[in-house]
Design a protein around this ligand. Structure first.
Ligand code: FES
Length: 145
């Protein structure tokens, strides 16, 4: 695969994605999709005492969507909900050694899947979600280029 604009880390997480699958007794499940490219992502999280103890995903999408889902599930494991909420799509892309600008929206999908799973957790638990989860999701609609 010559001259691909992807870092080694992106390729590694694409070819060997971590945490693929489902969590049967998940505390929260987030489903998001990008209506332009048609890629969809489902994220499962397990929360115990305010800590994300497990995270898995299923992504039907492009390589960058798979890599960012894989990376975000790795990043959230062991984090408190408050710390997980600080993870931005940019941080996920940076952890992967960067993404081409045209693929940044794929990392937005990963951030949104996590936030949707957290929102679902609060809803199921009958708890009031933190302010930052109440805001409307970012727009994943625009494709650059
Ligand atoms: Fe749509 Fe990557 S091309 S998420």
């Amino acid at each position: 695969m010559a001259d691909l604009p992807y870092s080694e880390k992106v390729m590694d997480h694409f070819l060997h994605p971590r945490n693929v699958g489902e969590i049967p007794d998940a505390s929260g499940i987030g489903n998001v999709g990008n209506p332009i490219c048609g890629d969809v992502m489902r994220m499962y999280i397990k929360i115990q005492s305010n800590v994300i103890v497990d995270a898995k995903f299923k992504t039907f999408g492009c390589g960058a969507a798979i890599s960012t889902s894989s990376m975000v599930t790795e990043m959230v494991k062991g984090k408190t909900i408050e710390d997980a909420l600080k993870i931005s799509n940019k941080a996920v892309a940076e952890a992967l050694g960067g993404l081409p600008p045209i693929k940044m929206h794929c990392s937005v999908l990963a951030e949104e899947a996590l936030r949707a799973a957290l929102r679902d957790y609060y809803q199921r638990a009958g708890l009031d979600a933190p302010e930052e989860l109440k805001n409307e999701p970012k727009h994943t609609h625009e494709h650059e280029g």
